[in-house]
Design a protein around this ligand. Sequence first.
Ligand code: ARG
Length: 263
Amino acid sequence: MKKSIKFIGLLALMLALAVSAVGCGGSDKEPAKDAAAKPKLIAAADATFAPFEFTDTSTGKYIGFDVELIQAICDEIGYEMEFRSMGFDGLIAALQANQIDAVVSAMTITEKRKAEVDFSDPYYKSGLIVAVQAKNNEIKGFDDLKGKKIAVQSGTTGALQAEKITDKNKITYFTSSDQALMELKNGAVDAVVNDYPVSAYFIQQGNKEVKLVGEILSAEEYGIAVPKGKTETVEKLNAGLKAIKENGKYAEIYKKWFGEEPK
Ligand code: ARG
C-alpha cells in the first residue's frame, strides 16, 4: 500500500514537472511577443510627388526621400513604420481623425496648418518655382503670371501662391502635381507653380519640353505633421531626426535623392 502511494506521488511529481516544462516553453516565447509589440507609426503622404514620395513602378513600393527619412527615424527610435498614400487634400483630416500618426509629404510648415496640426522640426528647405514650356520666352518668373493660365496641385502652397497672382478662374486644380506638369507639357496651360525640387526632378526625368524660370520664391520648410497635442510623438520624431543628422544617415539619404550635400 505504502509503495503504491509513493508511486502515485512520483507520477504526480513527474506530471507537475512536465506541465511546468510546457509552461517554460510558453515563457520562452515572451521575447518574441515583445518584439511584435514594437510600437508602430503609420505615416502617410500623397505619393505622387517625386523625388519625395512616389511609387516604384517595377516593385509597386513607395520610395523617395520622405519614405527613407521616416524609415530611418523610426529605426532610430525603435518604431515599426507603415507607409500609406492618400490625396494631399485629405492628409490633415486623416491626422485629425487619428487614422494615421504622421504626415511625411513634403508638407510646408505654415501658420494656417500649425493651427490644425503639430509639426516636427523642419527637415528640408524648399521653395516655389514657375515652370513654363521650354519654347515660352514671354514668362520669365512670378511677375509675368498675371492673367495667365496656371496649373497647380490643390491644397498646396503653390495653389495659394497662384491665387495671390491671378484670378481663380484662370487656375486649374489637379489632385497631383504630376498631372499639372503634364498639362503644361501638353500645352494646355501657360505655367505651373509648384515646389522647386519636384518640378526640377520632372524635367530631369526627361521632360525637356518644360523649363523653370525666375527665382525660387521665399523659403519654405517641410515638417512632419502629427495630430495636435501629440507632444510625445513630436519629441520622439525630433530626437530621431537629430540622431540621423548627427550619424550621417540624413546626409546619405539626401545625397541619394538630390545628388548634393544637405543645405
Ligand atoms: N510643399 C507644398 C505644400 O506643403 C506641396 C506639398 C505636396 N506634397 C505632396 N506629396 N503632394 O503645400
